[in-house]
Design a protein around this ligand. Structure first.
Ligand SMILES: *Cc1c(COP(=O)(O)O)cnc(C)c1O
Length: 394
């Protein structure tokens, strides 16, 4: 097959934001409103986002990493406590434990899905005394939901909390044992879930993040931690107020707030979330069909119900060759991820090459190719044609 005659008029990254006239109007209105930050748009965004994922509460924060940090604080991660996560994720999923002085442990992936293998988590837990581990941070990798019903059973058996890192999966779901759809971040199984609104994610606010939960206690604690540990709520005050200005800083918190104009953009984007998700799924199905016929390409987890398709990942033998070849054709792929335990920081903590061979084998072959709602059918066909040309040539 020859390379396509169509040539795209713009570079094709693996992911990019979609900003419409409605988004711009929403931000403009927010900039002209009374509050640039700490205004009413924040609570409105939280309310609508919670409804979208099916959770009771949501707390908007400055980015996904801040969301993870606040979750670790709210769950009271202490120095020396041990938490399990996947090696196949963005480092932030693990770093939040380190911010609180905890120890990060890993369980290897299921190579068919890229998700943490809960069987390996069970083996790791069973191998240690009870209370050796305190928490589990599963990641809905590439947009495919972890089966949190199974994770919850494990967590209950071994006394763990769960933070679901759902950055890749707003709108994604898994099917539970009673054949119900369980949306990522709905709080039915995980104690807390987190999302990011970085421009490559489904919903973009520039920088931004969200925590969702069904726990009223965690919700109130997160609100306080987000604003310096300060409360004004009369029900929470320890002393009698001596005036209208009175507030109390009750614990060490942070300023992890998200401004109103970012929330206005988030609300506008959220209104189109289902549309964007449907287009992602359509593009993924078209890639699946094209690559099913193509020797030399393996697609990660094709055709799974509930997949939210943050990433479309293929696996090839000559990954570097394909990455470089596509780059010369204005197609900017990316690798998700260099396994966390192979990062020099984590190697300094004692982790080594060979510790998680399935994540490492996946890393050697994986490539995230362009997938975003405004990718046109012609652009996608061009990507397929270029990949085909490379594989036929090599
Ligand atoms: C993007 C991302 C984060 C961090 O989000 P930021 O908003 O960039 O801080 C954390 N975990 C995963 C899996 C992500 O993809």
């Amino acid at each position: 097959m020859s390379e396509a005659r169509f040539h795209p008029t713009r570079p094709l990254p693996y992911g990019r934001q979609h900003i419409t006239a409605a988004d711009i109007a929403a931000v403009t209105a927010a900039l002209q409103a009374d509050y640039l930050t700490q205004g009413p748009t924040v609570a409105e965004f939280e309310k609508q986002f919670a409804a979208y994922v099916g959770a009771r509460y949501a707390v908007a924060v400055s980015n996904g990493t801040a969301a993870l940090h606040l979750c670790a604080l709210a769950l009271n991660v202490q120095p020396g406590q041990r938490v399990i996560t996947t090696p196949l994720t963005f480092s932030a999923s693990a770093n939040c434990v380190r911010y609180c002085g905890g120890e990060v442990h890993f369980a290897d992936i299921d190579p068919a899905t890229g998700l943490i293998d809960l069987g390996k988590v069970r083996a790791l837990l069973a191998d240690h005394p009870k209370e050796y581990f305190t928490g589990l941070i599963p990641v809905d990798f590439a947009g495919l939901a972890v089966n949190l019903e199974e994770a919850r059973q494990l967590a209950d058996e071994f006394g763990l909390w769960i933070i679901e890192d759902a950055c890749h999966a707003p709108g994604g779901f898994f099917i539970d044992s009673q054949v119900r759809e369980q949306r990522c971040g709905n709080g039915n199984f995980a104690d807390l879930a987190i999302f990011s609104f970085h421009p490559v994610k489904h919903i973009a606010t520039g920088e931004g993040g969200m925590i969702t939960t069904n726990s009223e206690a965690l919700f109130h604690h997160l609100l306080r931690l987000r604003t310096h540990g300060i409360t004004r709520d009369p029900a929470d005050l320890r002393r009698e107020p001596d005036g209208g200005w009175y507030m109390e800083m009750q614990e060490l918190g942070y300023n992890y707030r998200l401004p109103d104009f970012n929330c206005a953009l988030g609300l506008s984007q959220l209104a189109r979330a289902d549309e964007g998700l449907a287009r992602r799924r359509q593009l993924a199905a078209q890639y699946d069909a094209a690559f099913a016929q193509l020797p030399g390409v393996t697609v990660l987890a094709p055709g799974r119900p509930g997949h939210a398709y943050h990433l479309y990942v293929i696996e090839v033998a000559d990954r570097k060759g394909l990455y470089d070849f596509l780059k010369t054709r204005q197609i900017f792929t990316q690798v998700h991820y260099i396994p966390v335990h192979r990062m020099p920081y984590y190697e300094d903590l004692g982790w080594r090459e060979g510790d998680f061979p399935l994540a490492e084998a996946y890393y050697a072959r994986c490539l995230s190719i362009p997938l975003f709602p405004t990718l046109t059918d012609e652009e996608q066909a061009y990507v397929v044609a270029c990949i085909t040309a490379f594989l036929v040539k090599s």
